[in-house]
Ligand binder design. Structure first.
Ligand code: FO1
Length: 307
């Protein structure tokens, strides 16, 4: 029996570093979003998996929330000098991971096998898996423009108004091996404080995962990434609004709907408590801001006690 966590990038990683301190990390399966994956310079980059891996390994750049602490950018500078695009900031140490991942994929490893190997090398004890070993790519529709996720997110700095989100390849994609079994056996399922429409929706777009979650007897407990109507990080509030959801903890509850048994919301959102409860979802109100590991541990304890 264990815990399954659905995770995006920075917000999820901040929470998970608290969770792994209060439960045996071997009892935790983190299902990571790989809709954001991108291929650059012939290398396979899995930003959300890496953010979680680096955070749990204690080597993440804390200020940015992604990349390796103290990294240098000599390789990228040289690529620029050679005339290549350098809008995606890949550090030298970070590049080592992408080189090894790409080598393993070329040798025939699946993405979940390569991820398990990288986690082992970095000393990450929790089990981290991509949602699928098949190619699923998040595409952002912004009016006439259809953008690759990282083009929208990093290259254009989330300046476009998102009118639709497409998960290319999701229909045919199978869950990575072991995910469905873990969901079926889970005693608790967590939806991390990640962007619902851009980070968790790609995971839910794999129909076997959504069905297993819907059928699960375990409580599914979420943490709202929207606090006081604003995203803690990234464009979640704007994307929710432009996609027809209220940019609030209530909007998050509405988006997950029946899937959620319980939602943890911030104190500043207490006014939404009754509205969310009226959707049939239990609510815990607490301080959800995670400035340090102690905050993450406190939030993880609250989540593990929620029913
Ligand atoms: N995010 C940025 O905002 N700018 C970057 O240049 C950038 C580079 C980058 C490199 C490696 C990596 O693992 C992540 C990186 N991220 C960057 C973060 C990432 O693109 C996003 O946070 C996620 O895809 C959204 O969860």
């Amino acid at each position: 029996m264990g815990v399954v966590a659905l995770a995006g990038g920075v917000g999820a990683a901040k929470f998970l570093r608290g969770l792994v301190r209060i439960i045996p990390p071997q009892n935790l399966l983190i299902v990571g979003n790989v809709g954001d994956d991108v291929e650059l310079y012939g290398l396979h980059i899995s930003p959300d998996l890496d953010i979680i891996m680096y955070t749990l390994a204690g080597i993440v750049d804390e200020e940015k929330g992604w990349g390796v602490a103290g990294d240098t950018f000599h390789c990228l500078e040289m690529l620029g000098r050679l005339g290549f695009e350098t809008w995606f900031n890949l550090g030298d140490r970070d590049l080592a991971i992408h080189i090894i991942r790409t080598k393993m994929l070329r040798e025939g490893y699946t993405l979940s096998q390569a991820t398990a190997q990288l986690c082992k090398m970095l000393g990450v004890k929790a089990k981290l898996m991509p949602m699928s070993d098949d190619k699923v790519r998040t595409k952002v529709q912004a009016g006439e423009l259809l953008l690759d996720f990282q083009e929208y997110f990093v290259k254009r700095g989330t300046m476009d108004t998102v009118t639709d989100v497409i998960f290319e390849g999701a229909k045919k994609a199978k869950p990575a091996p072991g995910i469905i079994e873990a969901i079926n056996m889970a005693e608790r399922i967590i939806i991390c404080p990640s962007n619902p429409l851009l980070s968790i929706a790609p995971i839910l777009s794999i129909s076997a995962i959504r069905k297993a979650l819907e059928a699960s007897m375990a409580p599914i407990i979420g943490i709202s990434p929207i606090v006081g109507g604003k995203a803690l990080k990234g464009p979640a509030d704007r994307v929710m609004a432009s996609m027809g959801y209220e940019a609030s903890a209530y909007g998050v509850a509405k988006f997950y709907g029946k899937l959620l048994k319980h939602l943890i919301i911030d104190e500043v959102d207490i006014a939404h408590k009754k509205r969310i409860e009226n959707l049939g979802i239990k609510v815990t109100v607490t301080n959800t801001l995670m400035k340090n590991v102690e905050d993450a541990i406190r939030l993880a304890k609250i989540l593990m006690e929620a029913e």
